[in-house]
Design a protein around this ligand. Sequence first.
Ligand SMILES: NC(=O)c1ccc[n+]([C@@H]2O[C@H](COP(=O)([O-])OP(=O)(O)OC[C@H]3O[C@@H](n4cnc5c(N)ncnc54)[C@H](OP(=O)(O)O)[C@@H]3O)[C@@H](O)[C@H]2O)c1
Length: 502
Amino acid sequence: MTIETKKAPPSTLVIFGGTGDLTKRLLLPAVVNLARAKLLPEKFAVLGVGRRDYSSEEFRAELTRSAREIGSIDTKSPAWRWLAGRIDYHKGDFDDPAAFRRLGEALETIARRHRTERNVLFYLATAPEAFPVIIENLGAAGLTDEKAGGWRRVVIEKPFGTDLDSARALNRKILGILEERQAFRIDHYLGKETVQNIMMLRFSNGIFEPLWNRDHIDHVQISVAETVGVETRGKLYDKVGALRDMVPNHLFQVLALIAMEAPASFDADAVRTEKAKVLQAVRSYDCEGCLDNVVRGQYRAGRIGRQAMPGYRGEPDVSARSRTETYVAMKLLVDDWRWAGVPFYLRTGKRLAAKSSQVAIQFKQAPLALFRDLPGDHRMVRNFLVLQIQPDEGVSLQFGVKVPGPAMTVEEVNLDFSYRDRFAMPPSTGYETLIYDCMRGDATLFQRADFVESGWRVLQPMLDAWRDPRAPGPAGYAAGGEGPKVADQLLARDGRTWHTLG
Ligand SMILES: NC(=O)c1ccc[n+]([C@@H]2O[C@H](COP(=O)([O-])OP(=O)(O)OC[C@H]3O[C@@H](n4cnc5c(N)ncnc54)[C@H](OP(=O)(O)O)[C@@H]3O)[C@@H](O)[C@H]2O)c1
């Protein structure tokens, strides 16, 4: 996390998967936004790596063409012209060690031409199956070695493993070749302003922290709801499901930021140590505990607005008998002194009524309804602090006020802060801060190995429990609805309800 902003140091950004979707839609637009914000150094270059037979000139032309088609970059802008003059292409297969030796030579040439001081950021914008072989070949070609001068860092995209064993194996591979400080496991969710604001809100204000514990908080809800279905990702998603796709990364990042202790400083390791401690404290369930506290759903046909939507099993490339969950909700307990006994309810799903990511923190209710003997409505007021992550980023606090008039009637109202109303929001893909931080060597917003493995430790028993033939399959829910009834029941049995999305 950056406190002050200044230009990143000289460097070359090497993108494995330079011809891919992520690069075109998000990474290059983010680099252009950094250039526009004058945060990139003059001594900067980009090298795309892919299998296709492009010259550097053809690669630049393809990037320009696709940027126009997608509308992701203003290709007439000075920032794009500045960047395009620094982009090259390197053809090579990830499996081919010779391609990595040639890559080393190409990097030396670029370092001389653009005076990038031999600093290199390797970005693995590829399918996860390619991560190990790329890291292995980088190591074998000596490209991760910093002895000859300049730093070498590697950004690893999500998903990081598909279960505890695969995450551990990937960490072993990475840490056999790189030092932890060279590895940047990315979760673009942490690039979002409102996610970063959680720490600012908690630790720069004196008013929240005294209340931020089991004495004052009744429970916490973390929701990531999408209206989209699986779109063209059916084949991939059917093997993954909502739990693997969203929980170990996005939801656990938010959980850690909400539940962590104040770090001793904003130093990357101090922050990441506190975050990892949260996941280490999450209670691990046995099979029965998983079936009691974790529910899953799968969307059926329905409507969003006027548009009819197919059910999940009717989506392209999805098995007609698929048991893959498109929705998951769970109750977790963080067994530490701050949170003992406070449930954290997490939910995420596709094809829901609203696109909304939010944290809703419900404070304990007043001990009694003081005005209960007077005529009027005297229900107990609920105090929610809601951090809206997307869309309409903001913070809102719900409390009770007296309705004007002779009767003593209470009504819940909101005190709202909206980012959009207060600040000019610069164009952002969510990757700008993350790329900039990598170039500056600041790993605060990246996942450390122990965090990733602690997350999978919590989730692995759930995956195992679902494999049991006695486990109920995903409950159906209508596309465009609020999710399956089992998710409502999960809270109802504790006398609680989900906060409205959106
Ligand atoms: N797309 C998104 O919006 C998005 C968002 C968040 C995270 N992600 C993550 O980002 C990663 C990449 O996703 P993507 O959608 O960009 O994938 P993609 O469009 O399929 O791109 C894959 C890239 O990898 C290259 N490639 C594949 N096999 C190769 C090989 N053996 N040797 C050399 N190059 C090879 C391809 O090069 P050729 O074209 O030359 O074959 C292409 O550039 C995934 O881990 C995904 O989960 C994607």
